[in-house]
Write a protein that binds this ligand. Structure first.
Ligand SMILES: [Zn+2]
Length: 213
């Protein structure tokens, strides 16, 4: 992108910016905070969640990670990213179970947050008030392009939001949508590349036509 100033300045060439989330350190902060990592399927949400949790461990923080009981695609008790890295996780059937977190825990990671109940937002806010750093990863939209479960509410109350993107398998642009390849119409249908593909807005809007190209 070329940006030319009309005044007495010089042309600036900006190829691209790389934004990498760095942990905020505010001395004397009286509470924790909420971070949300969102995006489509195959966008690297879980990789980013695991990256932050590993860095917190290096900084001698006590870390706990949770996932909903519904998500057992890769492993019953581990959070596993598409690149096969993993951390042992606690599997919960209801978000209120998070309130029993050990008082020694400094950082709570939550994966596949869209599958949790709507109470998750209040639970995360309660944890933040207990001085816990809460990192939530999840799909912002379901396969219909609609806000998914508690994610929109979490995005509203979070201090920090990171939207990550996959690559559209049809045109190579940034992908924001998860296109479902099968005919099932239930909102929750677990699956991988056999059932979903990442698409940009335009290719998503073209629906099944794109399957034929
Ligand atoms: Zn596309």
């Amino acid at each position: 992108m070329n940006t030319e100033c009309r005044g007495k300045c010089f042309p600036i060439t900006v190829d691209f910016f790389i934004f990498m989330f760095l942990e905020p350190h505010f001395r004397g902060q009286r509470s924790g905070w909420i971070e949300v990592v969102c995006g489509s399927m195959f966008s690297g949400k879980t990789e980013e969640l695991l990256r932050r949790l590993r860095r917190a461990k290096i900084a001698n923080q006590n870390v706990a990670i949770y996932k909903p009981a519904i998500d057992v695609r890769y492993d019953e008790t581990r959070v596993v990213s598409h690149d096969a890295s993993s951390i042992e996780a606690n599997v919960l059937s209801h978000s209120s179970d998070l309130l029993n977190v050990d008082s020694e825990i400094n950082v709570v990671g939550i994966d596949e947050a869209q599958f949790f109940d709507m109470q998750l937002t209040d639970v995360c806010q309660e944890l933040a008030l207990r001085n816990i750093r809460v990192i939530v990863a999840g799909l912002d939209m379901d396969y219909r392009g609609m806000p998914f479960g508690p994610m929109p509410n979490l995005l509203a109350v979070a201090e920090y939001i990171t939207k990550v993107h996959a690559i559209c398998v049809h045109c190579g642009n940034l992908a924001t949508h998860s296109y479902r390849l099968s005919e099932h119409d239930s909102v929750v249908l677990l699956g991988e590349k056999d059932r979903y593909e990442p698409r940009c807005r335009t290719c998503y809007s073209m629906g099944n036509i794109m399957k034929l190209i």
